[in-house]
Structure formats: C-alpha cells, structure tokens
Ligand binder design. Sequence first.
Ligand code: CO
Ligand code: CO
Length: 317
Amino acid sequence: MPPISDPNVLVGYSTVDDAAVYRLSDGLALVQTLDFFAPVVDDPYSYGAIAAANALSDVYAMGGRPLTALNIVCFPRSGLSKDILTEILRGGADKAQEAGCVIVGGHTVDDSEPKYGLAVTGLIDPHKIVTNAGAKPGDVLVLTKPLGIGIITTALKAGLVSEETARRVVAVMATLNKAAAEAMTTVGVNAGTDITGYGLVGHLVEMLQASEVGATISLAAVPVLEETWGLLAEGAISGGTHSNLEFFGREVAWAPAIAQKEKLVLCDAQTSGGLLMAVPKDKQERLLEELHRVGVETRAVIGEIVDGPPGKLAVLP
Ligand code: CO
Ligand code: CO
C-alpha cells in the first residue's frame, strides 16, 4: 500500500491500530473499520450477533461511538435455505441496534461458504483517540473478557463442548465492548486495543511495539474460560493460534514454568475478545470501579508496562 499523505488521516494503516481515524473538524473525526468472517457457531442468529459485535469492537477499542454500518455478506445462491441468511442478518441488526448503530445498507455476493460482517463508521473526538501507541512504563494492564474463545469454538465444531460452555462462549463473544469502552473513555487510559485474531500475546506485543515499551504479565492473573484447558488437551487448537505462537512468541521471554499448553492459551486466536487497556497506576482503582459500575463482568489486572526492551513481553507463572 502506498504511504498516506493526507494530514486529516489521524490514524491510518501504518501503526497496526484497530480502526482508521479521519479528522472532519477540530473537534470531530470519523472512525472506520471493517471485519467479516465465516461462521464460528452453528446457530445463524448467534453468528450474526457475534460477527457484528466483533466488527463494532474496533470502534470501541479506539474510544469511538459507532453510528452507521453496512452489511458485508457472502452466501451460496443455492444449497442453503434463505431463512439462514435472514437469521444471520437479524442477529447482526439486533446487535447493531444494541450498540446504538444503524445498519443502512450492504452488499451480498454468491459464495460457497457463508461469511458475514460489518463495515462500521463511528465518531470520535480527535483529542481523545485511544491508540495502541501510548502505553507508558508503570501503566497497569487490564483485560475485560476471558481467553479460550478460539479453543472452545474449535472444539465446538468437533462436538466436544458441553451445552453450558457453548452457551457461555456465545454470550462472551456476543457481548459488546461498548460498556468497557465507556469506562475506558470516562477514566482515560494511555493505550487500548481489542483482543482478536492475534490473541492476547499478539495484540499486546503490537501495543508494546507501537508504544516502544516492554511489559510483564502473570499467567495466573489472566482469566480463562472454563473447560478451555481440558479441550486443549483434546487437541482443539486453531491453525491461527499456532501461527500466533510461532510469530509473536519470538518477542516473549517465557518463565521456565510456563508449559506449552499455557503458551497456546495466551496466543489463542479470539473472536470478539475483550478490550486490553494500559491505564496509569493512579487511575487503576477508578477504572476497575467504573468497569464494575457499567456491568463489565471480567476486570482482570494481568500485568504492567515496564521500561524494558521495546516490544518485548515477559510472561511469569
Ligand atoms: Co482490533
Ligand atoms: Co479488526
């Protein structure tokens, strides 16, 4: 891609951030992002809701407010009932409505495997953009959803997951990062991103590289969905998770006590994961209180930013 020279592009693709930001005036900017993928669960309504929550998440990760969205749909012309498509779109529309975002159109193409997602446009105050580049030594790292989503959804396809865990993982993925983002912007943080395909380690390393700082996290402090460890033992690992460990693992100093399966969970590719925030230590309590107040269930302090080698992560037991 050619470099961007427009001065109104406040966040482009050069910094590996969650969404692009374009300044309209001194006090107002657009946030834009696009995400779509193949089904992660069987139920079409849930799939639509999850895909929408996931696409909206990149706007929330920047501290923005979604305004409008366009459906992106791939669906086979024949072989699948149109009722399935109706349910996918209904799930997406309900989730967008919950976000206060209006779906104003979209486009469908014929494809053998269904895919669905949104192109989202939001608004943001250009002075309050939360990027992944502002983390400072001493900041505390807070995560707002548990890990294990990739392992559980992989196991779901193999029919290995209990009904209760299946319901739980769908609920976690379909939960908007709206409330977490509201707490984030109310309190004010130095950096933020959402945890998706690159896993906790990948998205954290990207934050460290962009911010030119290091970090230390503690495995014991990282929330992990129930059943994840057992399903991992049964071999439920996506290809993306292996690539994440191979690629981002190079930037990690693993304590000797960290086992291979634990590394895989920390690198597990998430769908619609939580927000990861770097908050100044003196605002930590306020952020945790605010997250609690707005109803964010998972509020895990997992580690801290250090003045270490830039882009490097240390993982302790
Ligand atoms: Co993102
Ligand atoms: Co994205």
